[in-house]
Write a protein that binds this ligand. Structure first.
Ligand SMILES: [Fe+2]
Length: 616
C-alpha cells in the first residue's frame, strides 16, 4: 500500500494498456474540497473505494487525490494505464477550471504539487477524463447501486454546483440565475435512465461576491448555519441532530417551512445573537446559552423533518413511485430518514451509506459506467466494506508490540467470537478490527469499538476512556437482523445505520446505554451473509446474556478518522482505555507494565485529542 507521504506515478492515461486487459475499469473521484475520495469500478462493480482521511489521518481531508487513486489502483493491482475512464466532481467548480486556478493559488501544499506534477490526471486534456455536476453524482451514487429497477431519488445537501456549471442535458437549468447553486434535486429512474423532476436552487445573495453556502436560504444550508451557530463548525450537523431531543418543543420560531412548495427561511437577525464563540469561552456545555441552543436544535431538526417529509410525499404523488433512494449530506440525518421510511408512503427506501460528499466518487464512477459507457446496471451495493483487507501476517505483526500480550485463536474449537462475547459481557471495552474497511462515515462492524449495552454507565465509560465526545451524544446499537423487530419498532432493515427507530418499551431498561433521550436508537441490523463474523459475535453475546445487541461506535477517538490499517487500530488501542483489541483472530491485551505507564500515555493522548477541533 502506498505510504501516505509517498509520490507514486500512476502511468500515462492515454497510453495503451501495458498488459492484456480482462476488465473494464472506471475511476470516480471526489476532488479537492472536503472528503476527497476515490472509487474504482471493475466491470461495473465496485472493487475498491476509500476516503483520503483514512490514509492521511486528517478528518474530512481535502486537497489533491493522489493517495486515494493509488490506494484503489494498487489494491486492484493495476495502473492508470488500465483505467478506461476517469470521472470527477468538485462541488465548488468544474475540476478542470479549478485546477487552472490552483496553479496560481496556494490551496495545495508542496507535496501535493509534486504529486500533481507527476500524474496525467492533473490539468488533463484527455477525453477519458470527464467532470460532471454535483447533484447528478449524488443521484447516481444512489439509484445506480440500489436494489430497485425503478423509483425516485431525493438529493438534498448543503450546496452543489453552480447552475452555469451544469452541462449535462435535462437538468432544468433554463432561466436559472447562473450563480444559483444546487440545494435540492429530485429525479425518477427506470433501469439506467434518470430523469430530473425538480430542482431547488440556492439564490446568490451577493451577486458575483459568493457567500459561504451556509448563509444562503436552503434546507441543508440552513441546517449547517445552525451547526455553525451552535458548534462554530458548519459540518457538525450530526451533533445538532443529537442535541435536538434535549430542546423544548416550539420554543423557538420557525426556521424552515414550505408554502406552496416554496421553501421559506427567516431573516437571520436579532434572535440569533448567542453564537458559540470558541475563542471567548472554552466550556461549551457550561454556557448559559445551552438551553437556547437546545431549543434551536429541536426547531431546525423538527422543521427539516417536516420539509423532507412533505417533499418525499410530493415526489411519490407526482411520480407514483413505490421505491425511494436518498443521497446528499442531509440523508445522513437518521432521525429524518426514520420518519421518511415510516411516514412518506413508500414501499421501500434505500439510502446510500456514503450519502455525504465521500459518496460523490461512487456516483461519478457510475455516471461513467451507465451514461458514458452505456453499460447496464448489474451491481447492488449490499455492503459498505469497500477498503482493502489486510493480510493475516500484516495484522499479526501490528499486534506484536512491547507492553502487550497476544493470543491467537486458530485452533480446533477456539473462537475469538465466543471469548470476546464473554469479555464484553463482563464489561470490557473492545476494539474490533476485521476484514475490509468501511466506506462512509459509519463503522459497521469491521472498524468498531464495542461494549455491553446493558450497562447504563457504559456511555460515560466509553467517553471517559476512549471517545472523549460530548455527553449528550448517543451511542448506537448493532443487532442481529433476526431479532431486530423484537427490540426496535418497524420491519425495515437498517444495514448502514442510517435510520433511527423507537426502542420497544420492554427493551428500554435492558439496553439503556444505546437509548437516546427521546427513546430512539440509530440501529444497525446485521445478517449473517452481510458479516458472518459479527453475526457470530452477536449470537455468542446473546447466548450469554439473552441480549442480541452490542454498542457499536466507530474505531477512533475525538477528532480522528476511523482507523484504516492494523497499525492505526493498534495506536488507538495503546493510547486509550480500550481493554481488548481483536485483530482478525488475534486477541491483544495490555500487560502489567503497560498499566504502570498508562497514566502518562493517557495524559499525552488526551491532550492531543482535546487540541483538535473536530469530533467524529
Ligand atoms: Fe454534496
Amino acid at each position: 500500500m502506498t505510504e501516505a507521504n509517498g509520490v507514486a506515478p500512476t502511468g500515462s492515461l492515454d497510453s495503451t494498456s501495458s498488459m492484456a486487459k480482462n476488465h473494464t475499469y472506471v475511476l470516480g473521484i471526489n476532488a479537492y474540497d472536503h472528503d476527497v475520495s476515490a472509487c474504482l469500478l471493475r466491470d461495473g462493480e465496485i472493487s475498491y473505494a476509500i476516503e483520503k482521511e483514512r490514509i492521511t489521518r486528517q478528518k474530512h481531508a481535502g486537497g489533491f487525490f493522489q493517495e486515494v487513486v493509488d490506494y484503489c489502483l494498487q489494491a486492484e493491482g493495476i495502473t492508470l494505464d488500465d483505467v478506461d475512464l476517469v470521472m470527477r466532481n468538485c462541488y465548488v467548480l468544474p475540476v478542470e477550471e479549478l485546477e487552472v486556478r490552483l496553479i496560481y493559488q496556494g490551496d495545495m501544499n508542496e507535496r501535493e504539487r509534486e504529486q500533481a506534477a507527476k500524474t496525467p490526471l492533473y490539468l488533463s486534456k484527455s477525453n477519458k477524463v470527464i467532470t460532471i455536476s454535483h447533484h447528478l453524482a449524488h443521484a447516481y451514487s444512489a439509484f445506480a447501486v440500489c436494489p430497485f429497477d425503478e423509483g425516485v431519488v431525493m438529493v438534498v445537501d448543503g450546496v452543489g454546483s453552480y447552475s452555469s456549471d451544469i452541462r449535462e442535458p435535462g437538468q432544468l437549468t433554463e432561466g436559472v440565475n447562473p450563480l444559483a447553486r444546487e440545494s435540492e434535486s429530485y429525479y425518477k429512474f427506470e433501469g439506467c435512465k434518470l430523469e430530473t423532476v425538480k430542482k431547488v436552487w440556492l439564490q446568490p445573495c451577493r451577486g458575483l461576491l459568493s457567500d459561504e453556502f451556509f448563509t444562503m436560504d436552503g434546507l441543508g444550508a440552513l441546517y449547517s448555519r445552525v451547526s455553525s451557530y451552535i458548534f462554530a463548525d458548519w459540518n457538525k450537523c450530526g451533533e445538532v441532530m443529537g442535541l435536538a431531543p434535549y430542546g423544548r418543543a416550539n420554543n423557538f420560531r420557525r426556521l424552515l417551512d414550505l408554502k406552496n412548495g416554496e421553501l421559506q427561511v427567516p431573516e437571520w437577525d436579532a434572535d440569533f445573537n448567542q453564537p458559540w464563540m470558541p475563542d471567548g469561552e472554552k466550556k461549551w456545555e457550561a454556557s448559559p446559552a445551552m438551553g437556547h441552543w437546545e431549543d434551536m436544535a429541536w426547531r431546525v431538526q423538527h422543521d427539516a423533518e417536516e420539509v423532507l417529509l412533505e417533499r418525499a410525499r410530493w415526489l411519490r404523488e407526482t411520480t407514483g413511485a413505490k421505491n425511494l433512494c436518498l443521497a446528499g449530506g442531509v440523508a445522513l440525518n437518521c432521525v429524518a430518514n426514520g420518519r421518511i421510511v415510516r411516514e412518506a408512503g413508500y414501499d421501500n427506501v434505500w439510502i446510500q451509506p456514503a450519502a455525504g460528499d465521500n459518496g460523490i466518487a461512487i456516483g461519478c464512477a457510475y455516471y461513467g459506467h451507465l451514461a458514458i459507457q452505456k453499460k447496464p446496471r448489474t451491481f447492488v451495493m449490499r455492503q459498505a466494506t469497500l477498503g482493502v483487507e489486510y493480510a493475516d501476517d500484516v495484522v499479526q505483526r501490528a499486534g506484536n508490540r512491547l507492553l502487550l500480550n497476544r493470543k491467537i485463536f486458530n485452533g480446533p474449537g477456539e473462537s475469538i467470537c465466543r471469548e470476546s462475547a464473554k469479555l464484553l459481557s463482563e464489561g470490557s471495552v473492545f476494539g474490533w478490527f476485521q476484514g475490509r474497511s468501511e466506506f462512509g462515515p459509519r463503522a459497521l462492524g469491521n472498524r468498531s469499538i464495542l461494549a455491553d449495552p446493558r450497562r447504563a454507565e457504559m456511555k460515560d465509560k466509553l467517553n471517559k476512556r476512549v471517545k472523549f465526545r460530548q455527553a449528550f451524544r448517543p451511542f448506537a446499537p448493532i443487532v442481529l437482523y433476526e431479532r431486530a423487530t423484537d427490540i426496535f419498532d418497524g420491519e425495515d432493515e437498517s444495514p448502514f445505520m442510517l435510520r433511527a427507530k423507537q426502542v420497544r418499551p420492554e427493551w428500554k431498561d435492558r439496553i439503556p446505554a444505546v437509548v437516546h433521550v427521546d427513546g430512539t436508537a440509530r440501529v444497525q441490523t446485521v445478517r449473517r451473509e452481510q458479516n458472518e463474523r459479527f453475526h457470530n459475535l452477536l449470537m455468542e453475546f446473546e447466548k450469554l446474556t439473552g441480549v442480541p445487541v452490542l454498542i457499536n461506535t466507530s474505531f477512533n477517538i475525538k477528532g480522528e478518522p476511523i482507523v484504516e490499517t492494523p497499525q492505526d487500530a493498534m495506536n488507538c488501542f495503546i493510547y486509550t482505555g480500550i481493554d481488548y483489541l481483536a485483530l482478525h483472530d488475534t486477541l491483544v491485551t495490555k500487560n502489567i507494565l503497560y498499566r504502570i505507564l498508562s497514566p502518562f500515555l493517557k495524559v499525552y493522548y488526551e491532550s492531543m485529542a482535546r487540541s483538535r477541533d473536530e469530533t467524529d
